[in-house]
Design a protein around this ligand. Structure first.
Ligand code: TYM
Length: 335
């Protein structure tokens, strides 16, 4: 049986956090044996908001270290930096020329981000087209992401379908988002009504970062906002969003069912106890990643070699696909 092809990506803009881990790359690692995997550090996407160049370079390599330290195995997946595979930017232009502007103006992430900025860059509007190309140039069937990326994957499906319809071919595979049952939307510890995010991770107590020290992780959880009650159970009630978030994190880390998680806390002595126990499982999950990260970053030449190999493997898939597209769209390929 041929393995299903998986593509996913993550931006290298610092402060990689527990939401990224539980919503995305923990699941990439868990299923890498069953799939044919392409994982991408999407540095071109990071340029859609202003960056400090030296910091972006450093964070790109650091993210590669975090992903490998978390268990991505270069023998089982192709890990690469998006800008190393020029087919992404080139193919994005081709997709721009079949994507209606209205589709992009409707994207909720664009509207949110644009509303918070004085000057909105064209790249921010075009972001989902670049992302669609990432996925469809690899003929990926599955896209494992957190809940916030669902709309973008749906747009990738629409773009793929539009191309197939316009050129009357079955050229692109129509991808499916794969969203985990637990951990798909980890909320801020300081405010459980907003999503845990990289941009807010600088705010004290908002996020647990993957490379945080154990006592920092414990402190962040102890400070987590809950409610004035005592009941420890999953709930959709916004009042109980803090407790719900802590239980969701525990569930995603331990892989237990909701019932088992609730039963595990039946004997808890209040929210203080809940917070400490969630912190403990998080510390236990992240400690080996931090240790392995230090080892990997001590050998930058090996990291560079792995990323170069990843880029070569990715180019071998994406460039012929983009070349074929160019031909189908009426461009003359060089002899
Ligand atoms: P990014 O870098 O914002 O996030 C990387 C992954 O982490 C997930 N995530 C979360 N999951 C649960 N709770 C949270 N609080 C949380 N915050 C983030 C995201 O859903 C994502 O899966 N546009 C993408 C990157 C991208 C991509 C792609 C993804 C570019 N090309 C192609 C898939 C396929 C992004 O900015 O993710």
């Amino acid at each position: 049986m041929t393995k299903k092809r998986v593509f996913s990506g993550i931006q290298p803009t610092g402060n990689v956090h527990l939401g990224n881990y539980l919503g995305a790359f923990k699941n990439w690692v868990a299923r890498q044996d069953q799939k044919e995997n392409y994982f991408c550090i999407v540095d071109l996407h990071s340029l859609t908001v202003p960056q400090t160049p030296a910091q972006l370079r450093q964070e790109t390599l650091s993210l590669a270290g975090i992903l490998l330290a978390s268990g991505l195995d270069p023998d089982k997946c192709t890990l690469f930096i998006q800008s190393h595979v020029t087919a992404h930017a080139e193919g994005c232009w081709l997709l721009n020329c079949i994507t209606p502007l209205g589709w992009l103006q409707r994207m909720t992430q664009f509207k949110d981000k644009a509303a918070r900025q004085e000057s909105v860059l064209t790249g921010l509007l075009d972001y989902p087209v670049l992302m669609a190309g990432d996925i469809i140039f690899y003929d990926a069937h599955e896209v494992p992401v957190g809940d916030d990326q669902k709309q973008h994957v749906e747009l990738a499906r629409d773009i793929a379908q539009r191309f197939n319809a316009q050129y009357e071919v079955d050229f692109f595979v129509i991808p499916e988002p794969v969203i985990p049952e637990a951990g798909a939307r980890v909320m801020g510890l300081d405010n459980p009504l907003v999503k845990m995010s990289k941009s807010l991770a600088v705010v004290r107590g908002h996020a647990v970062r993957i490379l945080d020290e154990p006592d920092e992780i414990m402190r962040s959880f102890k400070r987590a906002v809950t409610d004035s009650g005592r009941e420890i159970r999953f709930s959709d009630d916004p009042e109980k969003a803090g407790v719900n978030n802590l239980l969701g994190i525990y569930q995603a880390i331990t892989g237990q069912s909701r019932d088992v998680v609730e039963a595990a806390f039946a004997d808890a002595r209040g929210y203080g106890d809940l917070k400490v126990r969630v912190a403990e499982v998080t510390i236990e999950a992240l400690a080996p990643i931090r240790k392995r990260y230090e080892e990997l970053m001590a050998d930058p030449a090996e990291l560079g070699r792995l990323l170069a190999k990843g880029a070569e493997q990715a180019t071998a898939v994406a460039q012929p696909k983009v070349d074929q597209m160019k031909h189908m769209m009426g461009l003359v390929l060089p002899q």
